[in-house]
Design a protein around this ligand. Structure first.
Ligand SMILES: Nc1ncnc2c1ncn2[C@@H]1O[C@H](COP(=O)(O)OP(=O)(O)OP(=O)(O)O)[C@@H](O)[C@H]1O
Length: 798
């Protein structure tokens, strides 16, 4: 019976593939042909059009031929796009047309439909029968959401209920049925087992065949303006986010483009790690960026922000340096909502009391002073928003510059410059004026004709003194050249001295309190003020100041917005401050947000607890428009590794491992560094022999990474790669990296280079070691040369 069933499925598979092959053969010449036709048409576009604009009729005719040609061309291109998409979809499907099937008896229909689900759709020749459904279609939701029994799905025209009578999963390779599972209670435990047993890849994989119900809820959510996912390490947050992008692009194909979706990732390595998932699913990649890139872009030419990983390193290594405690307090406070409110009050204070301006100067002489600007600003209604008043001021300044420029034409410095001009410039002036002269001649002719026809003649038209005009032309040009950068700077609001105003806030603690009305400040705030001021004096910004600074700048100058972007995804969302969220929300006013994170892995100082009801995130869109989903099941690591990591971190108490077993994590204590080096080398060799090519040696700091790297490099044939803050790719094989660069990534085996109390100090946040250990899929090994860090020591004894 089973064999018969297998055979039946293989026969269906063969039939579907035959049809696919036929369709591909049919499409191939069309796709190629249309492509040729379109590019040929583009080449010949102007040949087909006779451009003739002598008379009105000819002009109109030309206009219509161009339009006709353009319509034809874009139609060809559209047809070509549609056919190419189908052809590409078939190419993707052909080796493995589907991975799942549900049999569904729709209520009141009396028949059972077998719904086969694959990475894209394939329709029979009749144009109606779906031989394969796209995994994102409404009916395919049944496959992810229900075990056999009562089931239903939502369609754009309402809900359809019925009975799911059967559910099956397939593994198909190059058209051959490799395995077949009849699912019972949950989908895919079998298939999921197989998927999860595989080794780690240098690139993330798509999970469409085994999406779990709770993940499907994330992927298909269309109601919430803010979707927050708090999920354990390895619970599939990033995977769900990427499949969600693919889903949205499918659902809104007509209105949403991939470049209208932005993903904020923790670092460039992560960017490259996830960059193949969408193309694998036949979709274009969304825009990927890091917050650091954003800061660099917006702060360019003004202040240099500290790199977030340098801030991280400081936090991890500088305990003994003077000012460390104050800096830590500063970091924490400057990423809080309290500081955000302080800045709001400070901006209001400035609006009333006066701003700082950069005077507009030319050749060392002030043309418009800061005082003049303030006086002008005070003339505008103070009830108006500050940014509007600044807009008015900008307009006034541009007009002033026009006036001053005109006046400058007759000034002595312009004359001096004119005298020193190269002969070529005079030649150019001559040429230009000659052109003018032609225009003048034309005007003269026109005036003569008009006169002949009895119209009056204006007296000044023949008044043409060439030398005078040449001089006027040159002085105009010189003045214009000098004023041009001033105008540009005014347009960009460079006359508003935001750095000075931000620095003024840190003059001293009493001033801070007076200007912001702050009620409570960290104990060492006076020192924080000193540190911040010193940094600003160097034209630099601490990382903790960078986003608040931009936020403050926008409070003063008004908000920049990008209304093109429709969806913003934030991965590792626990590592963003309320400032960053407020800023993002303003920057992308038309975008819905999906924020994914795990508070258990919040290792930066700027953190936001994502799922708390009083989270600043929840206030961003309001409770009505916010949905929080929690994922507790962890798919990455074996049961043994999950049990171990849960004990490291109280936040992880609720994590449920997926039922996959492996060796216990190993705790290896050694006498000294050279014994550790020898042991690590032996362990790596053994892991590679066992078939675990993707191995990471994870350290706490960058300096420690370099040390470990040197140890490994000395061994012939190992070829480890050191990942540092500027690395942009993970690559394959053995890597050495600090924990904060391993965020979001996974490896077959993880070796914690030094889990001693000297490195992971009792005062450190346990989240650091937790984040490092949860990168492991199959094997976890921890080393120490001294005492274990307390969390590990507790387990070493049991
Ligand atoms: N439904 C699923 N089917 C198959 N594999 C899955 C599924 N969900 C998650 N995984 C796998 O589990 C691993 C972890 O997934 P992912 O990286 O998306 O988790 P995460 O929640 O973002 O983790 P972290 O918080 O540690 O960054 C990946 O290998 C992913 O392929």
């Amino acid at each position: 019976m089973e064999n018969k069933e297998w055979q039946r499925e293989q026969e269906r598979l063969d039939r579907v593939r035959e049809k696919m092959k036929a369709r591909m053969a049919e499409l191939e010449p069309q796709v190629a042909g249309l492509q040729d036709q379109a590019s040929e048409m583009k080449k010949r576009f102007w040949d087909e059009v006779t451009v003739n604009t002598n008379t009105d009729e000819e002009y109109i005719e030309t206009f219509y031929t161009i339009r006709q040609q353009a319509v034809l061309l874009s139609e060809r291109e559209r047809t070509h796009q549609v056919l190419t998409r189908e052809w590409q979809g078939l190419n993707r499907l052909y080796p493995s047309p589907y991975f799942g099937r549900v049999d569904f008896a729709e209520e009141g229909q009396g028949n059972i439909e077998s719904v086969y689900v694959g990475v894209s759709a394939f329709v029979d020749d009749d144009g109606l029968t779906f031989l394969v459904y796209d995994w994102r279609s409404p009916i395919a939701g049944l496959y992810y959401d229900y075990p056999p029994g009562p089931a239903g799905y939502d369609t754009p025209v309402g809900r359809i209920d019925g009975e799911l009578t059967h559910k099956r999963q397939y593994q198909i390779r190059e058209g051959e049925l490799v395995s077949l599972f009849d699912a019972g209670v949950t989908i895919g435990d079998e298939l999921l087992q197989r998927m999860l047993a595989k080794g780690a890849d240098a690139q993330m994989r798509s999970i469409v065949a085994t999406i779990q119900r709770e993940q499907n809820a994330i992927i298909r959510d269309e109601q919430s303006r803010l979707l927050v996912v708090q999920g354990a390490a390895g619970s599939g947050k990033t995977s769900a986010a990427l499949q969600r992008v693919a889903y949205l692009l499918y659902r809104h194909r007509e209105t949403l483009r991939a470049d209208q979706i932005v993903l904020f990732s923790p670092n460039p390595i992560f960017n490259s790690y996830v960059s193949t998932v969408l193309p694998e699913l036949g979709e274009d990649n969304m825009q990927q960026t890091t917050w650091q890139e954003y800061l660099d872009y917006w702060l360019r030419d003004t202040l240099v922000p500290e790199h977030p990983f340098d801030q991280m390193e400081y936090g991890l290594t500088a305990h003994a340096e003077p000012g460390y405690a104050a800096r830590q307090q500063g970091m924490a406070f400057k990423s809080s909502e309290a500081y955000m409110h302080d800045l709001q009050r400070y901006a209001a204070w400035l609006g009333a009391e006066g701003l700082a301006f950069v005077p507009i100067a030319l050749h060392g002489r002030e043309l418009i002073t800061a005082e003049q600007m303030q006086t002008q600003l005070d003339r505008y209604d103070t009830g108006m928003r500050l940014s509007y008043r600044l807009d008015h001021l900008r307009q006034w300044l541009l007009e002033e510059l026009t006036r001053l420029e005109r006046r400058a034409r007759g000034s002595s410095w312009v004359r001096k410059e004119m005298d020193a001009l190269d002969p070529e410039v005079y030649a150019e002036a001559f040429g230009e004026l000659h052109k003018d002269k032609e225009a003048f001649d034309l005007a003269e002719r026109y005036a003569a004709v008009r006169e002949q026809q009895g119209g009056p003649r204006r007296g000044d038209e023949a008044d043409f003194d060439f030398a005078e005009r040449e001089e006027a032309w040159l002085s105009r040009r010189i003045a214009k050249e000098h004023f041009k950068p001033l105008r540009k700077a005014v347009r960009e609001l460079a006359f508003v001295d935001v750095p000075a105003m931000y620095a003024r806030l840190f003059e001293d603690e009493a001033g801070y309190i007076r200007r912001t009305g702050a009620a409570a400040l960290p104990q060492l705030w006076a020192e924080v003020c000193r540190q911040t001021a010193a940094q600003l004096a160097r034209k630099a910004l601490f990382y903790e100041d960078a986003t608040p600074y931009l936020y403050f700048k926008e409070l003063i100058e008004g908000v920049r917005t990008n209304s093109e972007v429709r969806h913003v995804f934030v991965d590792e969302g626990q590592d963003y401050s309320p400032f960053q969220y407020a800023y993002m929300h303003k920057l992308f006013p038309r975008a819905r947000m999906t924020v994914l994170g795990d508070f258990g892995q919040a290792i930066f100082t700027q953190t936001t607890r994502l799922d708390a009801t009083d989270s600043p995130l929840a206030r961003l869109f309001g409770a009505e428009d916010t949905r929080v989903i929690r994922l507790e099941r962890s798919y990455r690591s074996t049961r043994e590794i999950v049990a171990f990591t849960k004990a490291l971190q109280p936040e992880a108490a609720g994590v449920v491992p997926f039922d996959r077993s492996g060796p216990q994590p190993q705790l290896i204590r050694l006498a000294d560094a050279s014994a550790r080096a020898a042991r690590i080398l032996a362990d790596i060799a053994a892991l590679q022999r066992e078939g675990h090519p993707s191995i990471a040696v994870i350290t706490k700091t960058a300096a420690e990474s370099r040390e470990a790297y040197e140890v490994l490099r000395s061994q012939d044939g190992l070829r480890p790669r050191l990942i540092a803050k500027d690395s942009s790719e993970l690559g394959e094989g053995l890597v050495v990296l600090p924990v904060y660069l391993a965020k979001g990534i996974e490896f077959d085996a993880v070796l914690i280079y030094d889990a001693s109390a000297d490195t992971f100090r009792p005062a450190d946040d346990p989240k650091l070691l937790y984040t490092a250990c949860t990168r492991a899929m199959h094997r976890l090994l921890l080393y120490a040369t001294g005492e274990w860090t307390p969390a590990v020591a507790a387990m070493a004894q049991t």
